[in-house]
Write a protein that binds this ligand. Structure first.
Ligand code: HEM
Length: 395
């Protein structure tokens, strides 16, 4: 890391967090906590000016070629500043044609293009790639609920990645291999971990604090001329690797692959490669359906593995139901329903109106639970035929 980048990192880890936290306390104490225009002007100016001074130095320094890690961390730090400016409405994409943060945009576009990622902060900057110094990692504020949210996002993401790793290792073995069952058990256990983390997050996170003081930092913002959708905990490949390797979602389903295409640049380059690889693999479900046509020639482990496959599908479906029915409902939908109409625009991280986003998330949940829906490419009939063939009742 260059000296300028280090100083900037120190600023992000100190004054930046202090200013944001002070502003959050001011907004949260207001009668309308969603209105940022009522107070805090001098703090907002301080945030903008201090950040700009650091970034101008870095922008002038140009590409110092310090390697991927340093560049990616710097992109995250520039992104945190741009995300905070958006949160405090120092910038507002619908008000502007192009970001007024000219130096920050220049730096972010330069780094993003050279690394092959979107030129904004992504979830990985705050979760899986967030170096702690003396036990404290980067964040927007020092609010307890932000740390809770980030801790559990990170745990959930790593657990999904563990499940994806185990399933990926089944690819060269196939569904009839004696050891594939071990990998399916590992995947199921990892998904049970996701479920346990979701439960803890659901129980511990304060809905109002999350909604008013944490979530707004994840809104879309402009970098240069283009607006980039917000970050969300789903911007890693693991969850989609699981979808595809199990076969619950299919790369040839245009609405699902559209989602993947839109998400590539929000993932780390290594995740992009993993996901591309999964998109061309035959799923476990398709291998089982093929095997059912002549089960006697599939060897003695086929049925055992197929049973475990169904358990993994159930565990995956359960985490998707929790995400939609518990997390999204309690922390987004319910608080939105009491929000003044004037604040409804840009409520979601990705930008579309809430009902459009909810329908999209519901569709994903229904694919992952193999729900009986004929208007989407749910595999419920295939799952039912596997169950019938191996005599496995729905748990
Ligand atoms: C996407 C809400 C926690 C995984 C989303 C989206 C929302 C949301 C609203 C849609 C993206 C958008 O806003 O534009 C929440 C809330 C959470 C939470 C309110 C907790 C307070 C988590 C956790 C995980 C997770 C802990 C686990 C890693 C995902 C995934 C997606 C996503 C994978 C992408 C869509 C998908 O493939 O299902 N989340 N989320 N979320 N979230 Fe969460």
């Amino acid at each position: 890391m260059s000296i300028n980048a280090e100083r900037y990192d120190e600023w992000i880890r100190s004054s930046f967090i202090e200013i944001n936290t002070e502003l959050e306390e001011i907004y949260f104490a207001q009668d309308d906590p969603a209105d940022v225009s009522l107070a805090g002007n001098s703090l907002r100016t301080l945030l903008h000016d201090e950040g700009r001074e650091h970034i101008t130095g870095l922008h002038n320094e140009g590409n110092t070629d310090e390697g991927f890690e340093a560049a990616f961390a710097l992109l995250g730090n520039v992104g945190l500043y741009m995300g905070a400016c958006r949160r405090h409405e120092i910038t507002e994409p619908s008000r502007e044609q192009s970001s007024p943060l000219i130096e920050a945009s220049g730096l972010a576009l330069h780094i993003g293009a050279s690394l092959g990622v979107a030129p904004r902060f992504a979830t990985s900057h705050l979760s899986t790639h967030n170096l702690a110094r003396d036990g404290v990692y980067r964040s927007f504020t020092k609010l307890k609920d932000e740390f809770l949210f980030l801790d559990f996002n990170t745990r959930g993401i790593f657990a999904y990645k563990r499940a994806a790793d185990a399933l990926t290792r089944t690819v060269p073995l196939g569904i009839t291999h004696p050891v594939t069952g071990d990998l399916l058990i590992a995947a199921r256990q990892a998904l049970e971990d996701v479920a346990a983390y979701n439960e803890q997050l659901f129980a511990q996170l304060d809905p109002a604090r999350f909604f008013y003081s944490v979530r707004p930092y994840y809104k879309p913002y402009r970098v240069g001329k283009s607006e980039y959708r917000g970050a969300n905990a789903g911007d890693f490949a693991g969850i989609n690797e699981i979808d595809l390797l199990l076969g619950l979602c299919q790369a040839e389903d245009p609405s699902y692959s559209q989602l993947l295409v839109d998400k590539f640049s929000y993932m780390m380059p290594e995740d992009q490669g993993r996901l591309r690889d999964c998109m061309r693999r035959e799923s476990l479900m398709d291998q089982i359906l093929l095997g059912l046509q002549s089960p006697d020639s599939c060897g003695e482990y086929f049925e055992h593995n197929a049973r475990l496959f169904l358990e993994v599908c159930e565990a995956h479906g359960h985490t998707a139901s929790q995400h939609h029915n518990q997390l999204v409902d309690r922390f987004i939908e319910q608080p939105s329903s009491v929000l003044d109409q004037k604040h409804m625009a840009h409520i979601t991280a990705s930008g579309p109106p809430l009902e459009v986003l909810m329908a999209a998330l519901q569709k994903l949940r229904d694919l992952r639970t193999a729900a009986p829906r004929d208007d989407i490419r749910s595999r419920y009939k295939d799952i039912a035929s596997i169950r019938a063939a191996i005599g496995s009742p729905h748990r």
